[in-house]
Design a protein around this ligand. Structure first.
Ligand SMILES: CC[C@@H](C(=O)O)C(=O)SCCNC(=O)CCNC(=O)[C@H](O)C(C)(C)COP(=O)(O)OP(=O)(O)OC[C@H]1O[C@@H](n2cnc3c(N)ncnc32)[C@H](O)[C@@H]1OP(=O)(O)O
Ligand SMILES: [Co+2]
Length: 137
């Protein structure tokens, strides 16, 4: 993997949590975006070499709503930036890793994203993301 692009953090409300990240922790807000395909609104914060991605669910459907219901707020996934996502997916599959989809999906900033099942990644949900997310100017 080329590098960690972002850490995804599930929150119930961006309005309630962003003040903590921006004013208490002093992180810079890079942008806010709706990603309806994933049933989330996301806020990206600059955390130095990587970004924090706060994910608030849109409605009751989707991975984030389900995660909040079952586990509450907290770290949800770690995203690796990759240059050739299809090749990476193929290589991982050959190594017995369970992917959550056959084809990449559209994520924040129009990036292509794919997820590795936490059950084949020692309890961690990993995302692969290709192209750039918000703030990668
Ligand atoms: C904004 C777009 C994009 C970006 O550009 O960055 C994103 O980040 S989108 C982020 C949200 N989308 C996703 O996470 C999509 C992929 N995720 C999924 O498909 C599901 O969340 C899941 C991983 C398959 C879990 O689905 P769910 O229906 O909730 O199943 P379970 O609750 O039964 O979970 C099965 C099993 O996995 C454990 N689990 C679930 N979530 C996580 C997690 N985030 N980290 C670690 N482990 C997780 C869960 O505890 C279950 O284990 P057991 O309890 O032992 O059975
Ligand atoms: Co993400």
């Amino acid at each position: 993997m080329e590098k960690v692009d972002h850490i995804g953090i599930a929150v119930k409300s961006l309005d309630d949590s962003m003040d903590y990240y921006i004013h208490t922790l002093g992180l810079k807000l890079l942008g806010v975006e709706q990603v309806p395909q994933q049933h989330v609104t996301v806020a990206f914060l600059d955390a130095g070499n990587i970004k924090l991605e706060l994910l608030e669910p849109i409605g009751n459907e989707g991975a984030i709503a389900s995660f909040l219901e079952k586990r509450g707020e907290g770290v949800h996934h770690i995203a690796f930036g990759v240059s050739d996502i299809r090749q990476r997916m193929e290589d991982l599959k050959k190594n017995g890793v369970r992917l959550l989809q056959e084809e990449p999906k559209i994520g924040a900033g129009g990036a292509e994203v794919a997820f590795l099942h936490p059950k084949s990644s020692f309890g961690v949900l990993y995302e692969l993301c290709a192209k750039r997310s918000l703030g990668d100017e």
